[in-house]
Design a protein around this ligand. Sequence first.
Ligand code: IPE
Ligand code: IPE
Ligand code: MG
Length: 247
Amino acid sequence: MNTESNQIKPNHIAIVMDGNGRWAKKRNMPRVAGHRAGVKALRKLIEHAVKIKLKAMTVYAFSRENWQRPEKEVGLLMDLFMTALQSEVKDLHKNNVRLKFIGDKAAFSDKLQVAIADSESLTASNSGLSLNVAANYSGRWDITQALQSIGQELEAKTINAKDIDESLINGKLSLANNDEPDLFIRTGGEQRISNYLLWQIAYTELYFTDTLWPDFDSVQLDGAIEWFSSRQRRFGKTSEQIEQGNI
Ligand code: IPE
Ligand code: IPE
Ligand code: MG
């Protein structure tokens, strides 16, 4: 399915890739098999995002709260990040994708931190899809680290309290260099944010689907984009104002 050229398309899609465990359970497979299938689904969606010339995609791979899962699952997820990164980074680079990890990277093993840094620097000057992977991410952590940075500037007296405005805060957040997501997608049937991009989704359109992440494919992504195109984004104004082109 092709979205028509006169339809408004999202520039930046944020995705909560949820439902891997249930996908595996339904098949009597271990949870890690669901995570592996989830990586495959992501790979295909990235290819599709490149094809449709999406500007940015931010995917939730691991939340700060996910450390509370059984040690074995966390360990297998870390191994999976490492192997996926090692096997995919060349192709991503070839496809002109700029890769960035958002979240508290210091918690990862040295080896993983090096692989992350290498993948980011290899792809830093690419001009195609901006792919942000949220790993050890939490929206509250993001706001907290921004406030710490502002606090340091206050202490150093390089800024005054009255200099703190939305644009200063925004500039300190993980996605400072991206437009705000205009479409948020959560697979797996839950209708919650789970501490994802709290500040950045103030006016994002929210799309929830029961499809489990490993089954979410390009047709479903196109469906979500089509749904987005049918939304009237008012940003606090009235429908009449929007219809009169007073945007
Ligand atoms: C999302 O799938 C992947 C991660 C959180 C790492 P889940 O593992 O949460 O899958 P369900 O929700 O248990 O089905
Ligand atoms: C959110 O999914 C995090 C990721 C998809 C990485 P969870 O499965 O951790 O969310 P909750 O616990 O159901 O809210
Ligand atoms: Mg889940």
